[in-house]
Design a protein around this ligand. Structure first.
Ligand SMILES: *Cc1c(COP(=O)(O)O)cnc(C)c1O
Length: 387
């Protein structure tokens, strides 16, 4: 079978007659005109066969939707102006007053924040489950549960969940599952083949790869489910600008090269840090001893260029901050998958109910596209702050 990336590079589009450019054109619109009233009435905003209004799609955003669907192995895709926007759109599409939402305990922070605030205000409750233990999810499901979010691995703490067990637990009770696939990027594993219903991705990360675009996607294989997402998309009035879609289209053909290069570089640096006396635990799902490593091994063929390190709790937070401040190539900043390597220190106690085994300061590294030897030298010089 042809490789996914070959299909993505050769993904069909129709250039104007006689102009076989490799990249698709950029079409921008709010207004789209109709040839006559009959054509106007016949066209539906829900149909991808025609165009009605810029908010509901242009040839440029439709092309990107098709390519993201191809990347994820799905059939239908809706775009949102950010990854978080895609999460919110999914929640609004699928939940109503009285429903309950289940989130992994290590879920992307702003997703939990939305559940705690907006969803709670609208009479939608949420509960947390342990992503490493499918029986914890099974026990949390009630008559009111309408959606289970999955995330692989968990944000910041990087535990790789028992995706097969979690999907089976949700399916046994007829509950929909949505996976935040930002880390997997469509390249580490095939979520729809595990039975997931909806696959969300922050296109901000690997599909963009530039640290300069915000966008999200929600992909499905089921048309009726996609229609529910699309209706929320329309009612919320969220659209994606053609120039932003163009930037993601420009980056997509190189996604596999970047992903695998950043994966390899991250493993080199993670192995280096794991040997440092100040490091208590490496949190990278591809490494033995990292939580959920066995699930990663049975599910994935690759990993993102992202990992965290838990420092020895005897080291005060100020020393860790000094280490982070001493880094020159790793820049302090949120997000990941861009060209510049990034670093963020997190106080574990603040982001999660800290258990005794996991005290101390955690530092997350996102590996960019610099030469790995230079990044390792940067880590080595900054580690002197901890001697
Ligand atoms: C970045 C990220 C998001 C949100 O994406 P934005 O485009 O920044 O809103 C959601 N989930 C995960 C796992 C992310 O890393």
């Amino acid at each position: 079978m042809q490789d996914l990336i070959t299909g993505l590079v050769h993904h069909p589009y129709e250039p104007p007659a006689g102009f076989g450019a490799v990249m698709p054109a950029v079409h921008k619109a709010s207004t789209v005109t109709f040839p006559n009233t009959a054509a106007m009435r016949a066209r539906s905003w829900k149909s991808k066969q025609g165009y009605t209004y810029g908010l509901h799609g242009t040839p440029t955003t439709f092309t990107l939707e098709e390519r993201i669907a191809a990347l994820e192995g799905g059939r239908f895709c809706a775009l949102a102006p950010s990854g978080l926007g895609a999460i919110v759109m999914t929640n609004i599409a699928l939940l109503k007053q009285g429903d309950e939402l289940l989130l992994p305990a290590n879920v992307y922070g702003p997703s939990r924040e939305m559940a705690r605030t907006l969803l709670a205000d609208w009479g939608i409750t949420h509960r947390l489950y342990d992503p490493l233990d499918a029986s914890s999810l099974a026990a949390a499901i009630s008559e009111r549960t309408k959606l289970v979010w999955l995330e692989a691995p968990g944000s910041v703490t990087m535990e790789f969940p028992d995706l097969r067990g979690l999907v089976a637990a949700a399916k046994a009770r007829g509950v929909l599952t949505a996976l935040d696939n930002t880390w997997g990027a469509g390249l580490a594993f095939r979520p729809f083949e595990l039975g997931v219903d909806l696959v969300m991705q922050a296109l901000t990360k690997y599909p963009s790869g530039g640290a300069d675009v915000l966008m999200g996607s929600v992909t499905s294989r089921d048309e009726a489910l996609h229609q529910r997402i699309l209706q929320a998309h329309m009612r919320l009035g969220i659209g994606v600008a053609a120039n932003d879609a163009e930037m993601v289209l420009r980056s997509l053909p190189t996604i596999a090269l970047r992903y695998h290069a950043q994966d390899a570089a991250a493993r080199t640096l993670a192995a280096f840090l794991q040997q440092q006396p100040a490091v208590k635990q490496l949190l990278h799902p591809a490494f033995e001893g990292s939580p959920g490593h066995a699930h990663w091994r049975s599910t994935c063929s690759a990993a993102a260029g992202l990992f965290s390190v838990l420092f020895d709790p005897v080291l005060p937070a100020e020393r860790i901050d000094a280490f982070v401040d001493a880094l020159r190539l790793f820049r302090i900043g949120y997000s990941w998958a861009g060209p510049v390597s990034l670093v963020v220190p997190y106080d574990l106690g603040l982001i999660r109910g800290a258990d005794a085994a996991r005290q101390g300061t955690l530092v997350r590294f996102s590996v960019g596209l610099e030469a790995v030897a230079d990044l390792q030298a940067d880590l080595a010089q900054a580690l002197r702050q901890l001697d």
